[in-house]
Design a protein around this ligand. Sequence first.
Ligand code: ZN
Length: 394
Amino acid sequence: MHFPRPAFFRAAALAVAAHCLCAVPADAGAPMTPPTIFETPKPAASTAAPKTPPQTSAKKTDAKPAVAAPAAKPATSAPVNLDTTLKSWGFTRVASAKKDTASWRNRSAVFEAVRDKSYLNIVGVRISLSAPVSERNGVWTIPRSDYDASLLPILSPTASTSTLPRRVRHVLLDPGHGGKEPGTQNDTLKLVEKNLTLDVAKRVKAILEKQYGIRVTLTRTNDTGLALADRSALTKKWNTDVFVSIHFNALQSAPTAAGIETYILTPRGQTSTNNSGTRVAKTSELTARELGHSSNTWNVLLGYHLQNSLVQKLKANDRGLRRARFGVLKGTTCPSVLVECGYLSNANEAQKISSPAHRQKIAEAITEGIVAYNTVMEKLSAASKKTTTRTAAK
Ligand SMILES: [Zn+2]
């Protein structure tokens, strides 16, 4: 079904997607593992307030804080100058073949910004921003709020928050829809989203449990319906470490649309992203309970790894890490994401999805994304313990 379109959208300008979360409010809003862009934690990392970031080195050596970073301390609300900020993280500006694109690189990671586009490409993953990248007289900037909410969690999660989540021991998978809610469908191929999501979830469970020894629980194990709030509430009931809601997408108005999207709950102060990658609701229009999520940093990191893994493994179109205040993501108590594993409205993609072998690949990609996130978490946790021990020994 189509969501009602926010009033400020011009109808002609946007082909609003028939996102599959039918029961959700209309807010809808180089195969690479990139752990080297993450620093190890500092003992007393403070909040997401603008601060001088530590040097990003490709080494996992030490929690040595940062060498003084140059000019990365603008006023709180000032836009972030990408050149000076990325330089302070050890990135160097490199020539770009396109005039409207700027690129920065360190030993293992590449950042790319395109003038007037509301995203950054970070190590091959598109990260949605709440406002476009600006370029004036050769100075490239993004909003401070985007830096804090979307970029810093990837560059250095522990500079964003001082709270480390638990390592992944128990995963809650949520096969989207079920019962009277079929989700999206492809009538030609007789594909129904609720069956596909359950199939993929069972495959992920099998791999995570057998190959990684990670416990997995499903929100539903058969064709039954479940309210969105009941799904997210299970994270608290079962004290799970990670929540992944699995879906397939459709955009009947644009049958060529294809690829992967990963959603996290829109963080405080940020705007949501719709399927056209455009900002939707303003924070001021939302109620208090919809604002933010205590796990934002870790949502970003988990979402980043899932999007990266799915796009690389499936060689799929990267439609980006996005933000939305989806009902199923609102009440969770652990890092949470919603993955859209392809478009049933696209003939080619639907054909692939109809194959069990392809769904197995999707399941492997989801598994590998969770495992990559956990690997970072283990490194951060180990480094944190090391730092604590060192501090205690003083
Ligand atoms: Zn769905």
